[in-house]
Design a binder for this molecule. Structure first.
Ligand SMILES: [Zn+2]
Length: 174
């Protein structure tokens, strides 16, 4: 999930230069788009979704002791590997259109998603302190620049996002 891409940049690339992309259909609702030049992958919707739609259930393949760029934090000390595996290609955005609900174990639509849109989620909504912080290039006007996990968000910023309970609880006692 380290591929840092933006919805807007992506869509631009596609409409102007289809041959730069390789597309893999991975489910009834999504395909992976791979940029042939950079090998960056992202997950794109093949149908419309509306806010609060449940996009898919999240299953756990295994728990990992040490978080990595591929794991997702679901509790204070629990990190999981995702199933379906293609969910790892839902990249970060500071203006996300999906939410990983780790309580109900579902990927939920936050903002209307059109066919071809990249699905993105806000990493700090699940991750407290990331092992691999990065400089965000999501291109959103709301971009926070450096993404390191919820521990590094100001109170004002954290209020702007839907976050999981294990994160909001930590913020309260932080
Ligand atoms: Zn950003």
């Amino acid at each position: 999930m380290t591929n840092i891409q933006t919805e807007s940049t992506n869509l631009f690339t596609v409409s102007s230069d289809q041959q730069k992309l390789r597309k893999y259909n991975v489910s009834s609702f999504a395909e992976i788009w791979e940029n042939k030049e950079t090998s960056a992958k992202s997950l794109h919707s093949t149908r419309k979704f509306f806010p609060e739609d449940i996009i898919t259930e999240i299953k756990i393949t295994k728990y990992v002791d040490k978080p990595s760029y591929l794991s997702v934090q679901i509790d204070e000390a629990k990190h999981i590997m995702l199933k379906p595996e293609y969910l790892q290609y839902i990249n970060h955005s500071c203006d996300p259109n999906v939410f990983f609900d780790t309580k109900n174990m579902q990927v939920v639509c936050l903002k209307s998603i059109e066919i071809g849109d990249a699905m993105t989620f806000f990493y700090p909504s699940t991750e407290w302190s990331m092992t691999q912080p990065f400089d965000c290039l999501c291109g959103s006007t709301k971009c926070l620049d450096k993404i390191q996990g919820a521990a590094y968000l100001s109170t004002d910023i954290s209020k702007l996002y839907q976050l999981n309970e294990h994160i909001t609880n930590k913020i309260k006692t932080h």
